[in-house]
Design a protein around this ligand. Structure first.
Ligand code: IMP
Ligand code: MG
Length: 177
C-alpha cells in the first residue's frame, strides 16, 4: 500500500459544477446542429465528470466508454498506452467527444484520440477536466479544459490514488505526511 498522506482541497465541488456549466455551453457550440453526439468517457477516472457533464448538455447524446491501460497503482505514467476496452457503438461519420479526467504526460489522450480518429468520425473533440501542462511529454492539448493545475498529484471527483479517493466530491492534492 501507499505511504500515509493527507488531502488538501484544491478545487471545490461548487467550482467544478460552475465550470462544467460553462463547458457544456462550449460543447453545444462546437457541435451545433448535431443529430446525436457520442460522448466517450475514459474509464475509470472520467466517470463522475461524464455523469455531471452529460446532465448539463442540452443536446441529444449517446454515452460510450473506452478503457486504456494507465498508471497501474502508482503515480508514474506507463507511457505505452494500450486500449483495454473498445467502444460498443460504431462512430463512423458521427460526432464524438472524448472525455478524460486529467491530462498529464499526454500519452493517454493522444493515443486514444488517434485510436478514435482512425474510425473516421464526423467532428471529433477532446475534453479534460484537468490539465497539468508542466508534465507534458507529447505535443497534445485537449480542445476543452476545465482547469489548468500545477504539477501536483490530485485525487477526488473520480480520480484515484491506488484506487482510493475517487468518491471525494472535490479535487484535492495529495500531501505525504
Ligand atoms: P498521461 O498519459 O500521463 O497524460 O496520464 C493520464 C492518466 O494518468 C489520467 O487518465 C489519469 O488516470 C492518470 N493521472 C495523471 N495525473 C494524475 C493525478 O494527479 N492523479 C491521479 N491520476 C492521474
Ligand atoms: Mg485515467
Amino acid at each position: 500500500m501507499s505511504q500515509p498522506y493527507v488531502i488538501d482541497q484544491m478545487i471545490s465541488a461548487k467550482s467544478i459544477a460552475a465550470r462544467i456549466e460553462a463547458l457544456a455551453h462550449e460543447i453545444r457550440e462546437a457541435f451545433e446542429g448535431t443529430d446525436q453526439l457520442v460522448v466517450v468517457g475514459l474509464l475509470r477516472g472520467s466517470f463522475i465528470f461524464i455523469a455531471d457533464l452529460v446532465r448539463e448538455l442540452d443536446l441529444p447524446v449517446e454515452v460510450d466508454f473506452i478503457e486504456a491501460s494507465s498508471y497501474g497503482d502508482g503515480m508514474e505514467s506507463s507511457r505505452e498506452v494500450r486500449i483495454l476496452k473498445d467502444m460498443r457503438g460504431a462512430i463512423e461519420g458521427r460526432d464524438v467527444l472524448i472525455v478524460e479526467d486529467i491530462v498529464d504526460t499526454g500519452h493517454t489522450l493522444a493515443r486514444v484520440h488517434d485510436f478514435v480518429a482512425a474510425r473516421n468520425p464526423g467532428r471529433l473533440k477532446t475534453i479534460a477536466l484537468l490539465d497539468k501542462p508542466a508534465r507534458r511529454e507529447v505535443d497534445f492539448r485537449a480542445d476543452l479544459i476545465g482547469f489548468e493545475i500545477p504539477d501536483e498529484f490530485v485525487v477526488g471527483y473520480g480520480i484515484d490514488y491506488a484506487q482510493r479517493d475517487r468518491n471525494l466530491p472535490f479535487i484535492g492534492k495529495v500531501r505525504f505526511t
